[in-house]
Design a protein around this ligand. Structure first.
Ligand code: ASP
Length: 434
């Protein structure tokens, strides 16, 4: 990519790449079954470009989370503060998720998607058993931290980093050497994130083009009611609920927030993975919104793992849809069951593409609906996965800003400055200092 003078900002270029990607995807889709298109373009060039981009993002997640958590924890100064932040984060994450499913259920109950439809199931779907709760707790502590990192097990990495951070603090002078190294590493990895972000237009183009090349509109049409109800619910959550919470609980300007959310939201949308988006989420919160690393380093990886509002919304709408298609009436107690299961199901499942459908099996089982119903919606799930992932990440950021504000860890001037911390500004600063 050239680095010439004035050119559209990175966010604009990413948005443009999305539009071009969608248009290219539709075009390729319209070409139909030409085997060379599929083989060389869709499964060739686009697949490789998109795959490289996602891999580059994922590459930074584990080192960044570890290093940034250790740095963040040691700057907290007081372990009681960590306890307070964790409790508040958990409470807010659960609250936003429960709110999200309730909104989704209410909307779905009003629209009744799937009523009178008689759809054939389009695909097989393997269900999943919920792991026993005792195991979920035991699994929080990694018996082998290297394995936890190799598998990208976020909760285990968080636990390891907390203990490590405590060790660093207790080790006095020696700990300070380690901390200095981690601080430098943190800065280095943040610069790596900027480099990958600058390549984003190409990666995003490839990811979106491939999605639309494989997911034509023809799949969506019979499921339009489901698709649109969920889209509307996600819109309400992202554009009304989070802004209201930000304004009401923290007195922050929601429009500023939404404007700065564009980068993480587009990354989440194109990768369909909250986990792969962590580097961009962290960078946006710290550099652009002014949230201090002592809060973000903890709430972001935690949120990516346990806070999936958009996913919970999908489960609400999908449950109503499947119940309608199978002609099953859901009572109030079942609605409550959906809220509870969808909220809890989002804890402890990885933030990767498509995991929402796996969690849906838990919800359907709870309310006694046939799991095969998932076969109805699986065909259009990728696009919805992209949208709900953007909502998930927006929720993580909203909660983080509210928490940071409450902890006196939000630089208000930075939050309010529209240009603060943009990749362009970072590049210009680097060029100046060179
Ligand atoms: N892809 C979503 C995420 O990473 C999870 C899901 O809904 O499948 O947040």
């Amino acid at each position: 990519m050239s680095n010439e003078k004035p050119k559209p900002g990175l966010t604009r270029r990413i948005l443009l790449a999305m539009v071009l990607g969608a248009a290219t995807g539709f075009g390729l889709n319209a070409l139909g079954d030409l085997s060379w298109v599929q083989e060389y373009l869709v499964d060739g060039v686009l697949h490789v470009l998109g795959g490289l981009f996602v891999a580059a993002l994922k590459m930074m997640v584990v080192p960044l989370v570890l290093v940034s958590l250790v740095v963040g924890l040691t700057s907290l100064g007081d372990l009681r503060r960590l306890g307070r932040i964790s409790l508040k984060a958990l409470a807010l994450y659960l609250l936003t998720t429960a709110l999200a499913v309730s909104i989704a259920l209410a909307l779905a109950a009003a629209v009744e998607p799937g009523q009178g439809l008689n759809l054939p199931t389009t695909a097989e779907f393997q269900g999943k058993e919920a792991p026993p709760l005792s195991q979920v707790f035991i699994n929080l502590v990694p018996s082998n931290p290297v394995q936890a990192m190799a598998q990208g097990n976020m909760l285990q990495i968080i636990v390891f980093a907390i203990l490590f951070g405590i060790g660093v603090t207790l080790a006095g002078e020696r700990g300070r050497h380690v901390l200095a190294l981690f601080r430098d590493l943190d800065a280095v990895i943040m610069h790596m994130v900027e480099v990958v972000m600058r390549l984003a237009p190409y990666g995003v183009f490839a990811l979106i083009a491939r999605t639309f090349a494989t997911q034509g509109l023809d799949l969506i049409l019979p499921l339009a009611a489901y698709f649109l109800t969920l889209t509307a619910a996600l819109g309400v959550q992202a554009l009304l609920v989070y802004p209201a919470l930000l304004r009401g609980l923290a007195g922050l300007n929601p429009l500023r927030f939404l404007a700065k959310m564009r980068d993480p939201a587009t990354f989440a949308f194109s990768t369909a993975s909250s986990a792969a988006t962590i580097p961009v989420t962290l960078r946006t919160l710290e550099e652009r919104m002014g949230a201090h690393n002592s809060v973000t380093s903890f709430t972001v990886p935690l949120g990516a793992t346990i806070n999936m509002d958009g996913t919970a919304m999908m489960q609400g709408v999908a449950t109503v849809f499947i119940a309608n298609v199978y002609g099953v009436d859901l009572g109030l107690s079942q609605f409550l069951m959906v809220v509870l299961t969808a909220t809890l199901a989002s804890i402890g499942t990885a933030a990767v593409p498509g995991v929402g459908l796996v969690m849906l099996t838990l919800v359907l089982n709870q309310v006694g609906l046939p799991v095969e119903g998932i076969g109805l919606i699986i065909g259009i799930d990728r696009l919805l996965d992209m949208m709900r992932t953007a909502c998930n990440v927006t929720g993580d950021c909203a909660v983080t800003c509210i928490l940071a504000k409450g902890e006196g860890a939000l630089d208000r001037a930075r939050f309010d400055d529209p240009d603060a911390g943009s990749v362009e500004a970072a590049t210009a600063a680097l060029e100046e200092s060179a």
